[in-house]
Write a protein that binds this ligand. Structure first.
Ligand code: NCD
Ligand code: ZN
Length: 358
């Protein structure tokens, strides 16, 4: 194969997004097409109100998502269940066996958007985790403690030692994804963590550090959880993503919030990136001299972790002389959702081959 670094356009296997929020209603209708344009599959987070807790919730939610997929794209939502202290091993196993959910999401209660039904006492989820380890169902974790006494910039590293390590020691066979890793310590934990651990990395955490959010004015559209950290942490994420290590793969954490909820005194956490995620990622990999590693990160490693086949459909990535303009916002009902602006020009376009294939 020719070296993609010197080609203006090339194909890679269609990417998957291993962490996305679609919400429901008007927002769902607005954002699902944005993801389907660039991704063949996405792992859909269950933090609706009320959450997606069981087989039948997941089936119904998947149906609502599929109803918003544009005809021209083949797109498969992969569903997750929301872990609560009341989750029953039997129900989780039933969803795994039926294939209606492929993973379970752990939110520490209070850690992030719609996490109130999450877990306070981690002992209570021991039976479910045991069952998941037994049947090979992965646990996706929001890796932050929800402890007000812990500085918000330290909540991920404290989670690793206080929550994640004890869970993994008790369940060595449990497959775990440290979702949206944001710190150097998180990257090291995953690299040195033995078998069964991987991490998703978002596009925005590869693109911004906390200065972009806070210096020269407070920019709520860059506020998300886990919050962006110092530049040295962004650099660690970039090294991990472009390293080719199979333990790291793309999960955009594209998290739409209406402008009303972002441009206000207490802004919601979440950045909506679906519209420009793949071109933005191509720009970041290109700038790092690692465009040849993009396919592994965006289209290969995640499927391997989840024991799923790689997508047979392709996406064409094209480098353009002039910066490409992406929509600044997507309409949803009477309001709109701001699209992530990485703060640097994007010279890449991504287009799914018209396939109707995966
Ligand atoms: C997410 C959301 O809005 O649902 N917010 C965010 O800041 N990332 C939840 C999450 O993944 O933490
Ligand atoms: Zn998320």
């Amino acid at each position: 194969m020719a070296d993609p670094r010197i080609m203006p356009a090339f194909e890679i296997a269609c990417p998957d997004d291993w962490h996305v929020h679609f919400r429901d209603g008007d927002v769902l209708k607005a954002v699902v097409p944005e993801t389907a344009r660039s991704f063949a599959r996405a792992l859909v987070m269950p933090n609706l109100l009320p959450p997606v807790r069981c087989d039948s919730d997941a089936v119904a939610y998947k149906r609502r998502i599929l109803a918003s997929v544009p005809d021209e794209f083949e797109f498969e939502p992969l569903m997750t269940l929301y872990l609560t202290e009341e989750s029953e091993p039997k129900l989780v196993e039933a969803a795994a066996v039926a294939g209606t959910a492929i993973a379970v999401k752990l939110y520490p209660a209070g850690a992030t958007t719609n996490s109130a039904s999450g877990v306070r006492n981690f002992d209570k989820i021991a039976p479910v985790l045991e069952k998941m380890a037994e049947i090979g169902m992965p646990l996706c974790v929001h890796g932050e403690v929800a402890d007000e006494a812990v500085d918000i910039f330290d909540r991920e590293t404290v989670f690793l030692e206080r929550v994640l390590e004890p869970i993994r020691r008790r369940n060595p066979a449990l497959k775990v994804v440290l979702e949206h890793v944001t710190t150097r310590e998180g990257v090291e934990y995953v690299l040195n963590g033995g078998g069964g651990i991987a991490a998703t990395i978002t596009v925005h955490h590869l693109a911004i550090n906390r200065n972009i959010m806070l210096s020269g004015g407070m920019r709520p559209h860059y506020y998300c959880l886990p919050v962006a950290k110092r530049e040295c942490h962004r650099e660690a994420l970039l090294s991990a993503a472009t390293s080719g290590s199979e333990r790291f793969f793309l999960g955009t954490d594209s998290a739409p919030h209406l402008k009303d909820g972002k441009e206000t005194a207490v802004a919601c956490a979440g950045i909506f990136t679906a519209t420009c995620a793949v071109p933005c990622l191509a720009q970041i990999f290109d700038d790092t001299g690692a465009i040849d590693r993009l396919e592994a990160f965006a289209s290969v490693n995640g499927a391997k972790f989840y024991d799923l086949p790689q997508n047979s459909g392709k996406i064409i990535l094209e480098k353009c002389e002039l910066p490409v303009e992406y929509s600044k916002a997507v309409s949803a009902g009477d309001d709109s959702i701001a699209v992530f602006d990485p703060g640097f020009p994007i010279h890449w376009k991504a287009r799914r081959c018209r396939d109707k294939l995966r």
